[in-house]
Ligand binder design. Structure first.
Ligand SMILES: NC(=O)c1ccc[n+]([C@@H]2O[C@H](COP(=O)([O-])OP(=O)(O)OC[C@H]3O[C@@H](n4cnc5c(N)ncnc54)[C@H](OP(=O)(O)O)[C@@H]3O)[C@@H](O)[C@H]2O)c1
Length: 200
């Protein structure tokens, strides 16, 4: 298989890329590193990335940002960071990427536990995660050419524990092996329109 992993050099992405690299051709995309440069918040950047990669069997996005901050401080422009990057960035990856997938290919997006179990300062981040869950369920009804679209929703992962532990008091970090398995399930299984939740 030929896979494109956007965010394949990130905390989660590098573990997923290392698994798939064992037996597949993996192309890594990132904003500042990787085989191909892309900013998913920019539609033209997404289009030019796919022109460079050519046809693929799987597209994984393990990237996307949203602004964290207390509800009283979040301005309208702060919400648009998550809407442009994590939400529309991933929606546009599906819109454009489907045309570069071989028959039976898959697209796997990333959200997170905030969609179901938010913590403080995540009004914007939780909102885009929830929107993506609804998008994936709906788009799965309309994919053509046997293309599948799923989303992996993880809790705070082990490798990001130090960074996020104060935001998620008492949460059990998700072992990296379980995080990687969620992406394997989406790519190698038959799920379509599914939210693959791994929260501990
Ligand atoms: N860490 C967790 O515990 C956790 C749990 C649930 C969900 N998530 C979600 O999973 C995703 C990955 O998390 P992570 O912890 O692995 O993040 P990370 O370590 O910060 O890595 C993110 C990767 O995505 C790339 N990236 C960021 N913005 C991009 C953009 N606009 N266009 C293209 N590439 C971009 C970065 O590339 P550059 O370095 O080149 O900028 C980097 O390779 C995020 O959406 C995060 O919200 C994370």
């Amino acid at each position: 298989m030929k896979l494109l992993i956007i965010g394949g050099n990130g905390t989660i992405g590098k573990k997923v890329a290392s698994y798939f690299s064992l037996e597949n051709e993996v192309v890594i995309a990132g904003r500042s590193s990787g085989d191909v440069k892309v900013d998913i918040s920019n539609l033209n950047s997404i289009k030019s990335m796919f022109k460079k990669t050519g046809s693929l069997d799987a597209i994984l996005c393990i990237a996307g940002e949203a602004k964290w901050g207390s509800f009283k401080d979040l301005k309208e422009k702060d919400y648009y960071i998550g809407i442009k990057s994590k939400l529309m960035g991933q929606v546009n990856l599906v819109r454009v990427g489907q045309n570069f997938l071989n028959k039976g290919g898959s697209i796997t997006l990333s959200t997170g536990i905030l969609a179901d179990d938010p913590v403080v300062q995540t009004a914007s981040a939780a909102m885009v995660n929830g929107g993506l869950h609804s998008f994936v369920k709906a788009v799965g009804l309309e994919t053509e050419n046997a293309i599948r679209v799923n989303v992996v929703s993880l809790g705070m992962v082990e490798d990001a524990y130090e960074k996020y532990k104060d935001y998620f008091p008492g949460h059990n970090p998700v072992p990296m092996s379980k995080a990687v398995n969620a992406y394997i399930r989406s790519v190698k299984g038959k799920d379509n329109g599914k939210i693959i939740r791994i929260y501990e």
